[in-house]
Design a protein around this ligand. Structure first.
Ligand code: 5GP
Ligand code: ZN
Length: 114
């Protein structure tokens, strides 16, 4: 989608530090990490947010979680634990309107989610 930062990252028009890529999923380091490990996992297909998911997207979302599991292991945070977050819409604090999952780890996170 035109003017979408993450679509530009998918197309290579904006550089990123990729940690995983296949034909339909991309994972890359967050440009402004808030934890020692902060990776974003996205479908290459432009989906604005969880609100725009359709039945046909169920398979890719399942695959994204398998990718998250593998990345966590590769990053060495599986055993200690980590958090997966997808912000949705205004109240959710979503800044980039391309569905993404934050993998946050490498330190003890707060117990509050809001
Ligand atoms: P949101 O608040 O939408 O859930 O999170 C968007 C995330 O994307 C933020 O953590 C922000 O640091 C990250 N981000 C925004 N622009 C870029 C970029 O150009 N490259 C990378 N790697 N991350 C970005
Ligand atoms: Zn996009």
């Amino acid at each position: 989608m035109k003017d979408c930062i993450f679509c530009k990252i998918v197309k290579g028009e904006i550089p990123s530090k990729k940690v995983y890529e296949d034909e339909e999923i991309l994972a890359f380091e967050d440009i402004n990490p808030v934890t020692p490990v902060h990776i974003l996992v996205i479908p290459k297909k432009h989906i604005c947010s969880i609100n725009e998911l359709e039945a046909e997207d169920e398979r890719i979302i399942g695959k994204i979680f398998s990718v998250i599991k593998n990345i966590a292991k590769e990053q060495g945070i599986s055993e200690d634990g980590y958090r997966v977050v997808s912000n949705c819409g205004e109240n959710g604090g979503q800044e980039v309107k391309h569905l993404h999952f934050h993998i946050l780890g490498g330190k003890k996170l707060g117990t509050k989610v809001a």
